[in-house]
Design a protein around this ligand. Structure first.
Ligand SMILES: Nc1ncnc2c1ncn2[C@@H]1O[C@H](COP(=O)(O)OP(=O)(O)OP(=O)(O)O)[C@@H](O)[C@H]1O
Ligand SMILES: [Mg+2]
Length: 248
């Protein structure tokens, strides 16, 4: 069982979009997959049409507790389950802080869930917190979606420093460009100078696409909205890249 997390300190870069589409693709390739929505915004759960239902469960996160798996829901697709997010998760860092080995608690829950899954995909909140440290410490691979502009690249440098400081075990990291608009000179320049040069970036990237944006209104993964689109193909390629990296 492997844990793949989408994480970036910066908000709005595509973590949820990547988490939903990658989890969907992984399940489609035959991996029994759990998407764990650890963001209080619960956007991944919203896209997959799963209502938050997390009453009193906050204490279960970070414990080896059977009640946590009771919150898991099946999605409309085979092999894809979700542990939905809830606004209650906003207090998770505080709750973890009160416990021993506070940066390593999520691992306990994951150890409890792992016999049932081949892959756990985590959607993270945009912050550098104790929750983020726990996510880093329980992941085999962390992928940061990055918009091709210099503020987003600065955040990637902060991500690299934070992950290196926080991680307690061997965790691979990578980055993937999102929102790429090749008609923009800046995007073209950044893509050309980083891809193939900066080893943090995987080769494939996601174009800016109104189809991707429509995932939140149509409440479906991109593959279900437009299977033959360039964006759906790009997510398929990125999922392959990430599954190769995670098994390295
Ligand atoms: N490639 C893309 N093309 C067009 N819109 C996109 C693309 N990727 C993401 N979006 C849209 O951008 C917005 C932010 O994406 P998303 O919610 O995935 O980011 P996030 O990093 O999870 O944000 P947060 O930090 O708030 O959790 C959403 O409305 C999403 O539909
Ligand atoms: Mg998100």
């Amino acid at each position: 069982m492997k844990v793949l997390s989408f994480y970036n300190i910066k908000g709005g870069v595509g973590k949820t979009t990547f988490a939903v589409n990658t989890a969907f693709e992984a399940a489609r390739t035959g991996l029994k997959t759990l998407l764990w929505d650890l963001d209080p915004q619960a956007s991944a759960s919203y896209i997959l049409r799963i209502a938050p239902k997390f009453k009193g469960e906050i204490r279960r996160v970070g414990e080896k507790n059977p009640r946590l798996s009771k919150s898991i829901k099946e999605t409309d697709w085979p092999l894809l389950d979700i542990l939905p997010g809830d606004f209650e998760l906003r207090t998770l860092s505080q709750s973890l802080q009160e416990r021993k080995r506070q940066a390593n608690r999520l691992n306990l829950s994951i150890k409890y869930l792992q016999p049932d899954y081949d892959l756990i995909v985590i959607d993270s909140p945009p912050e550098a917190s104790l929750v983020s440290e726990n996510i880093i410490n329980s992941s085999n691979l962390i992928c940061a979606p990055v918009i091709p502009n210099y503020l987003s690249l600065n955040s990637l440098d902060q991500f690299t420093v934070f992950v290196d400081q926080a991680k307690k075990k061997r965790t691979n990291t990578c980055a993937a460009f999102n929102f790429v608009d090749q008609r923009k000179k800046l995007h073209k320049e950044i893509i050309q100078s980083y891809l193939g040069t900066d080893p943090r970036f995987i080769d494939h990237f996601i174009p800016a696409s109104s189809l991707v944006e429509s995932m939140a209104t149509r409440r479906n993964p991109i593959q279900c909205i437009s299977p033959n689109s360039i964006a759906a193909e790009a997510f398929k390629n990125i999922c392959e890249d990430l599954l190769t990296l995670i098994n390295d």
